[in-house]
Design a binder for this molecule. Structure first.
Ligand SMILES: Cc1ncc(COP(=O)(O)O)c(C=O)c1O
Length: 430
């Protein structure tokens, strides 16, 4: 690096950039119209009140149909999946999917500790026992080579998380699952529209697969979620479980499964339909800018971008994942580095504060006593710190996240990000 040393904004210098980046969520009159139409229609939920029926119409139009039903069909079709079930949020999707594939109290579920808390919490909401494989330090996704050694006679399922939109090694994971008769629930909360080898989308490899539409996600509806599946029987079970255990053709007040009410409402679906129409184009723009940005950031000392699974043909780039090496940046800890970048006008995050197993609820007396009452002894999750060194490093020292909205901007935006990183690294290296 030959750039001259400039006074950092954090030390009183001039910020590298003062104009804001693209705001998220992106919206216009189309969302306003879609929600207004729902208000005026007087149809605010997917069911037909009074008759106790789910409305099922065949016309491929929004008008006169449940928006929720239309959104399910379109989201599933966009991912080449047979069925979609729209739910209240991504966590509800995971709660339902895990129970519907048969996770019973005491069953072990193998997953990654480098994920949002819902992945583990939803296993535990079903009284399952999370078992963690460490992440691959180059991708931050579950290290598939560790999974097989963690399988016991209590293992029921695997939950791979496509962290940041980077697909897990699903060919390998599905082969392991089939060999051992395990269910697979993909956590695709970051992986809307992620296509592998031009033919198969994230969220269609496993048995029941879960998306989130929370506001930060690539398809935002505020809150919302979707389960995708190609299985007729799992569709019926999961659908029933998001509908308080009702079954089609049965009377309204008869409930066959212990379940949830997690139905999406019509307002949410109306926004989802509009946002789905924007998503693939936005993802394409992210892909273009991501390549340009990562090529340049990779040349800087102390910065190594995470590696994508080879064969991804469409990416969501939900987060741009960088690995920060303080030793190459004058020993400056990550928190200080991020503070300096933020002062230069570049929004950036350290990401998950703890690995999932380090969250207080996982080792609390409250949680342990609830499990004990069910006759289940949880492992001591503190011991995972030694077993997952790559996750520890990512959480506590290394990970730097850039949000996907930054990639919706111009080439100049990308150059500004590179310029600010260069300025900060040059100054800290002295
Ligand atoms: C990896 C992951 N899984 C699950 C969820 C849960 O989704 P939601 O916030 O819609 O409940 C999220 C979202 O925040 C997530 O990032």
């Amino acid at each position: 690096m030959t750039s001259p040393v400039q006074q950092l904004a954090v030390r009183g210098g001039t910020p590298h950039r003062t104009t804001p980046f693209t705001k998220w969520p992106v919206h216009d009159e189309a969302e306003v119209q879609a929600v207004t139409d729902v208000v005026r229609s007087g149809k605010w939920w997917r069911c037909a009140y009074g008759t106790g029926e789910l409305e099922k119409k065949t016309a491929d139009q929004v008008a006169g149909r449940s928006r929720v039903e239309v959104f399910e069909e379109r989201f599933a079709a966009a991912h080449r999946a047979k069925y979609g079930i729209a739910v209240t949020n991504g966590s509800a999707a995971l709660d339902i999917a895990l129970r519907a594939v048969g996770v019973q109290p005491g069953d072990e579920v193998i997953t990654t500790p480098y994920t949002f808390v819902s992945t583990s919490m939803c296993i535990m909401n079903n009284f399952g026992v999370p078992v963690y494989a460490d992440i691959d330090p180059t991708t931050y996704n579950i290290d598939a080579s560790q999974i097989e050694s963690l399988i016991t006679e209590r293992t029921k399922a695997i939950v791979p998380v496509h962290f940041s939109g980077n697909l897990c090694d699903m060919e390998r994971i599905m082969a392991i699952a089939r060999r051992h008769g395990l269910a697979v629930v993909e956590d695709a909360a970051h992986a809307h529209g992620v296509e592998y080898q031009g033919k198969q989308f994230a969220g269609t490899f496993g048995d029941l697969n879960c998306f989130s539409f929370q506001e930060s996600k690539n398809l935002p509806t505020g809150e919302g979620g979707m389960i995708l599946t190609n299985s007729d029987t799992l569709y019926e079970t999961a659908f029933s479980m998001h509908h308080l255990g009702r079954l089609p053709g049965e009377v309204w007040y008869k409930h066959f499964h212990q379940a949830w009410n997690a139905r999406m409402n019509e307002f949410t679906a109306a926004i989802g339909i509009v946002q789905l129409g924007r998503m693939f184009e936005q993802n394409a723009r992210r892909m273009e800018n991501h390549t340009y940005l990562m090529e340049r950031l990779a040349q800087l000392p102390g910065i190594t971008p995470c590696v994508n699974l080879p064969g991804i043909t469409k990416h969501s780039h939900h987060l741009q994942m960088l690995r920060y090496n303080a030793a190459e940046v004058g020993g400056v800890p990550r928190a200080e580095f991020l503070k300096a970048l933020a002062a230069e006008g570049i929004p950036c995050l350290a990401g998950y504060t703890f690995p999932n197993y380090g969250n207080p609820f996982m080792t609390s007396d409250e949680t342990r006593s609830r499990y004990r009452a069910a006759g289940i002894e949880l492992p001591d999750y503190r011991a995972y710190a030694e077993r997952c060194p790559h996750t520890e490093r990512a959480c506590y020292h290394e990970a730097v996240w850039l949000e996907h909205r930054l990639l919706l901007g111009t080439r100049q935006d990308m150059d500004d990000i590179v310029g600010a990183f260069t300025k900060v690294i040059t100054a800290f290296r002295g």
